[in-house]
Ligand binder design. Structure first.
Ligand code: SAM
Length: 176
């Protein structure tokens, strides 16, 4: 089994120490994608790496049912506290997908895929595609080589760097 052994502790510790570290507002991408999903009459979505749920509420407020996957138990507890128990969140790594047999109209994966290895990234895309309803849409946002953090930390492989002593981050380009 492919597994990402170091990162669960990294994320758990971060959420315990820093709590709601990105605030409560949804990301700009979530705001844009909410409009896109509404235009496409999307009714239910999966958010892999949902964190404490800041990107979930905007979909929920617009009548879209949200299911999440999250590796940090603390982040899940925070999401439930802030956004209610009607957002179901599977606890575990996306590398162990699928967690259910649903087909989702939409998948919104924000700032997660670049944290995975090459094999894990391919598996995530395939697993998400396998859970997509016919005519569904899946959207991934990722860090790019334009980011100021590109090249920081120690080199793991081409365009992949280890930061904070544990977090491995892959910087993408349009051609990938
Ligand atoms: C950069 S954060 C983004 C969080 C959230 N998408 C947001 O924007 O608020 C990455 C998130 O993915 C989670 N995560 C990291 N690796 C994961 C994995 N292998 N499986 C599931 N979740 C993971 C982290 O705990 C964290 O919540």
């Amino acid at each position: 089994m492919i597994n990402n052994s170091e990162q669960p502790e990294f994320w758990e510790k971060n959420f315990i120490d820093k709590q709601e570290m990105w605030g409560f507002d949804p990301s700009k991408s979530a705001v844009l994608i909410k409009d896109f999903f509404l235009e496409k009459s999307i009714k239910n979505i999966l958010i892999p790496g949902i964190g404490y749920g800041r990107n979930a509420q905007i979909f929920k407020d617009n009548g879209i049912k949200v299911t999440g996957i999250e590796i940090s138990k603390t982040a899940i507890e925070m999401a439930t506290k802030h956004y209610g128990a009607d957002i179901q969140i599977h606890h575990g790594s996306v590398t162990d997908m699928p967690y259910d047999k649903y087909r989702y109209d939409g998948i919104f994966c924000y700032a997660l895929i670049h944290l995975l290895s090459s094999r894990e990234r391919k598996k995530l895309i395939k697993d998400c595609y396998d859970q997509l309803a016919e005519n569904g849409y899946m959207i991934f946002t990722t860090i790019s080589k334009e980011a100021s953090t590109y090249g920081k930390g120690s080199v793991v492989s081409k365009d992949r760097f280890e930061m904070f002593g544990v977090l491995k981050c892959f910087f993408m380009t349009e051609s990938l």
